[in-house]
Design a protein around this ligand. Structure first.
Ligand SMILES: Cc1cc2nc3c(=O)[nH]c(=O)nc-3n(C[C@H](O)[C@H](O)[C@H](O)COP(=O)(O)O)c2cc1C
Length: 378
């Protein structure tokens, strides 16, 4: 990942340490364009033939802005600044002719950049990178973890859109090894691997296009403790999708406030620590007071202070990816949900009496119950 304005490599380890510090960002700076200006004329999206991957539908369900300001998109973004840029490498079996394209989410258009590289597989590979300036414009030095989380959310949006179009196993590349692009999603044509379920998203819970387009983050407040069943489902989705370096728990409010985590069987919740963590979480999350009154907060934690750049990338990309899937699960269980990505001094392990610097909050999803009348209208 490069610094947007100065085009020099970023020291991600130092950037994360600074983002976690109590230092406050300065005044806003100009965000620049809301989407990357790709060279060359836009190409029309042709109609998909039978068996082809419908690239237009894929992007409409995942990344396309639905209003002129670009604010409303199927994927959430810290501060609605949408820093993620998408470059498509298209092989055979797609509605677009093979080649490399830049995607403009504001106009929902692709710009042809050149021929496909040798060895391009059938289907589409979406390379996700960021224009850091958009997020830096508001969050300053706190932007860096948010940029990676946003990229993870965008990868999840593409993953879910592919599933909704009948692709059984989109391949999500979030290993953190590449700095640029930090993430990619490979989507084979729907007929290559056939329709069917996968371990991560069983067929019965396949997302629908309408559901993906309806996803929104509930504005605060988010009162109401979720039921055990709903909380278990949200935690299970997150823990399955955000494996590896991360651990998952949820801070719940009354009547029995505490931190719960998935039990060893994955089907139950067990108490990790008693007591109400929500006021502390509100203070750690840039002082967002509303978090003290939410029903529950799903937390991704880990990423120790001595993590190297690939580890930092991997943990944040995975956390964004998993929280996105968890948000869709929460909605299915009738919950209100809002991602929370800005965390300072959020050393969860130390707060619970373990060694400091080992177990930080990386990302979160605030949860509440939804009033019945809202359920009926959305
Ligand atoms: C990585 C990330 C971090 C976020 N952090 C916060 C946050 O700290 N507080 C908050 O109120 N909303 C937060 N949000 C929610 C965004 O504000 C929201 O996604 C954006 O305004 C767009 O609205 P929508 O999700 O309804 O489309 C975050 C979203 C993402 C993806």
């Amino acid at each position: 990942m490069q610094h947007a304005q100065e085009d020099r490599p970023l020291d991600l380890v130092a950037a994360l340490a600074r983002a976690r510090s109590p230092e406050r960002p300065g005044p806003d700076t100009p965000a620049g364009g809301a989407a990357r200006a790709w060279p060359g004329p836009p190409v029309a999206f042709p109609k998909a033939g039978p068996g082809d991957l419908d690239v237009q539908a894929l992007l409409r369900l995942s990344l396309a802005a639905s209003d002129g300001s670009g604010r409303l998109r199927p994927t959430p973004s810290a501060g609605a600044l949408h820093p993620v840029d998408t470059e498509l490498t298209v092989g055979t079996g797609c509605s677009l002719p093979p080649g490399r394209y830049g995607y403009d989410p504001l106009r929902h258009r692709a710009h042809r950049l050149g021929p496909r590289p040798d060895g391009t597989p059938p289907g589409v590979t979406a390379g996700l990178s960021v224009t850091a300036r958009r997020t830096v414009s508001h969050y300053g030095h706190r932007a860096w973890p948010l940029l990676l989380l946003d990229t993870g959310h965008a990868a999840a949006a593409l993953y879910l859109a592919a599933r909704a179009l009948g692709v059984s196993e989109p391949e999500v590349r979030l290993d953190g090894l590449a700095g640029n692009p930090p993430a990619a999603v490979y989507i084979p044509p729907p007929d290559r691997r056939g329709l069917g379920g996968s371990a991560r998203f069983p067929k019965s819970s396949e997302p629908t296009p309408a559901e993906l387009l309806a996803r929104r983050s509930t504005p605060p407040p988010l009162p109401g403790t979720p039921s055990q069943d709903a909380l278990r489902a949200v935690l299970a989705t997150a823990a399955r999708a955000g494996t590896g370096d991360l651990r998952w728990c949820a801070a719940v409010g009354p009547p029995r406030p505490g931190l719960v985590e998935p039990g060893p069987d994955g089907a139950t919740l067990r108490l990790w620590a008693a007591g109400d963590a929500r006021p502390t979480l509100a203070a750690w999350a840039a002082g967002q007071a509303w978090i003290a009154d939410v029903g529950a907060v799903l937390l991704a934690h880990g990423c120790p202070a001595d993590a190297d750049a690939p580890h930092i990338r991997r943990a944040h990309l995975r956390a964004g990816f998993a929280v996105h899937l968890a948000q869709v699960t929460a909605r299915r269980h009738g919950l209100a949900a809002r991602p929370v990505g800005s965390w300072q001094q959020a050393d969860l392990g130390a707060a619970l009496g373990a060694a400091p610097g080992r177990d930080w909050v990386v990302h979160a999803l605030a949860l509440g119950t939804r009033p019945a009348d809202e359920e009926n209208t959305t």
